[in-house]
Unconditional design. Structure first.
Length: 155
């Protein structure tokens, strides 16, 4: 649906909010920073993402946070890099009984670490973590994503 780096952060946020998997799951992208350094997402508890015991469905918790580390890293590093999701895991810590939020913050130090690791053409496999928390700050789940990052040949 989205071509790589063809949308500004604000336009990508709007497009993702109308994307059917997010729209019908109750996911709302609240913010993507103009410099691609952060994003904030909300998942509303509703009838389409409520599990058998009435709490947030685990797959919805994972999907609300799934693309953001890749999107932020890809757009921050620029066209000279290949960036893919490699692995992901989620740990459920407490029931999500209401709306939940995830925040992603990509620091310049982390980007520089990736640039150094890939400067000679090697791949980097960095892990990123984010907490998914309720409005009261209770951590519902902890998501970890591993990215595959490499400089494009000839750059």
């Amino acid at each position: 649906m989205f071509r790589r780096r063809s949308l500004a952060p604000r336009s990508l946020r709007r497009a993702m909010n109308w994307w059917p998997p997010y729209l019908f799951a109750g996911v709302r992208v609240l913010e993507i920073a103009d410099d691609w350094s952060s994003a904030r997402v909300r998942l509303r508890l509703g009838r389409f993402n409520r599990n058998y015991v009435g709490t947030q469905f685990g797959g919805s918790l994972f999907s609300m946070a799934d693309p953001f580390w890749m999107l932020l890293t890809m757009n921050s590093l620029g066209r000279d890099y290949i960036v893919w999701d490699k692995a992901g895991e989620i740990e459920f810590l407490s029931p999500g009984r209401g709306d939940v939020f995830a925040e992603f913050k990509l620091t310049e130090d982390r980007l520089e670490e990736i640039r150094r690791a890939t400067a000679d053409g090697s791949k980097a496999l960095p892990w990123f973590t984010c907490d998914i928390a309720g409005a009261d700050g209770t951590v519902v789940a902890r998501l970890r994503k591993q990215l595959y990052v490499r400089r494009k040949p000839g750059t």
